[in-house]
Design a protein around this ligand. Structure first.
Ligand code: NAD
Ligand code: IPM
Ligand code: MN
Length: 354
């Protein structure tokens, strides 16, 4: 198939891990005979340096006409002007693309489980899918600031809550049929609206079990009983925080991918980690979160489920057998892991052809 994929490498380790994902997508195109066109654009700090804006109009326009967008990471200590922050570019892009549902799957590979501070027996069978609301809440509310006070409005409409909940219920149907809706309904009005909406929407999905959990206790339960959960759906800020915590189950933040989806097929794909200024430029970043994001891109935006599964299988093989990156206690660098995944994909393709 033919597809246009916009690459937004961004800042810090963003370009390093995006190069890895690109190498993987090129091998997929070659071995499965697809015609992918890759177009690179600026976002974040790199875009501020070049144009003064974190999301230049050319980047926005390219993303809006692409089949999918693969982003590395934005941000870093060099860009601290509150009027031109790299992160604003990402938020503007999410809003422009209308990608209200951010899927963050969390799997625990048996080998990396040993690296988690959570006891290995608690990690058996962990298979979570976070559905984080991505275009509302305090990220997009009105802000105010004066000399001695500041505010960030958290606002949600029923429409915004309902569409992301429906996405969670639909995804749960194709999994183990359980949705945990996470809120702070004992304190926040937005959370009370969220919970009421969840109860109402659940009536349309009698085959799915809905449970509510307050976000503070969820933060604890996710580490003490992670295997109990299936699909977890929550508002923007809670989802941001809980998914970095969930990375502890997997063994490293560098492993987790994400897919941001709206109503159509077009999506924005990015690892959940940031630009990691502490390791940027060292060639030691773990590229797996970005590579698995490329797999999600193939599955959700291009409908290429077999190709996505091929990448996931290759990552699994490499996690099983190879020296790992530093975040996973090994000594391999970004290139070593990328080469190993590309070589595994090539080997698997040759085996298929034989
Ligand atoms: P971070 O995710 O960049 O890093 C947190 C820690 O995890 C660091 O020690 C880092 O070295 C490590 N880490 C992250 N990804 C890794 C990888 N692939 N391999 C190995 N180690 C990895 O979070 P931070 O330091 O709080 O944020 C740095 C900057 O990134 C900030 O400007 C923040 O706004 C931005 N950020 C951007 C995104 C994004 O673009 N989607 C996401 C999160 C943070
Ligand atoms: C993420 C990041 C972003 C977020 C920042 C960089 C705006 O932390 O993608 O998880 O908070 O959504
Ligand atoms: Mn985050």
């Amino acid at each position: 198939m033919k597809a246009t994929i916009v690459l937004l490498p961004g800042d810090g380790i963003g370009p390093e891990v995006t190069a890895s994902a690109l190498a993987v997508l090129r091998i997929i195109a070659e071995t499965f005979a697809h015609d992918f066109m890759f177009v690179e654009h600026l976002i974040g700090g790199a875009a501020i340096d070049a144009t003064g804006l974190p999301l230049p109009e050319t980047t926005r326009a390219a993303c809006l006409s692409a089949d999918a967008v693969l982003l590395g990471a934005v941000g870093g200590p060099r860009w601290s002007d509150p009027n031109a922050r790299p992160e604003q570019g990402l938020l503007q892009l999410r809003a422009a693309l209308g990608v209200f549902a951010n899927l963050r799957p969390v799997h625990v590979h048996p080998r990396t489980a040993a690296l988690s501070p959570v006891k290995a027996d608690r990690l058996v069978g962990v298979d979570l899918l976070f559905v984080r609301e991505l275009t509302g809440g305090s990220y997009f509310g009105r802000r105010s600031r004066d000399a001695d006070s500041a505010s960030d409005e958290c606002r949600y409409t029923v429409v915004e809550i309902e569409r992301v909940l429906r996405r969670a219920f639909e995804l749960a149907r194709a999994r183990r049929g359980r949705v945990t809706s996470i809120d702070k309904a004992n304190v926040l009005e937005t959370s009370r609206l969220w919970r009421e909406t969840a109860i109402r929407v659940a009536a349309d999905y009698p085959d799915v079990t809905l449970e509510h959990q307050l976000v503070d206790s969820m933060a604890m339960l996710m580490l003490s009983q992670p295997a109990r959960y299936d699909v977890l759906v929550t508002e923007n800020l809670f989802g941001d925080i809980l998914t970095d915590e969930a990375a502890v189950l997997a063994g490293s933040l560098g492993l987790l991918p994400s897919a941001s989806l709206g109503e159509g097929r077009r999506g924005l794909y990015e690892p959940i980690h940031g630009s990691a200024p502490d390791i940027a430029g060292k060639g030691s970043a773990n590229p797996i979160g970005s590579i698995l994001s490329a797999a999600l891109l193939l599955r959700h935006s291009l409908g290429l489920a077999n190709e996505a599964a091929a990448i996931e299988r290759a990552v699994h093989t490499v996690l099983d057998t190879r020296e790992l990156t530093r975040d996973l206690g090994g000594n391999a660098n970004t290139h070593d892991i990328t080469d190993a995944i590309v070589a595994t994909l090539t080997r698997h393709a040759a085996a298929r052809a034989a």
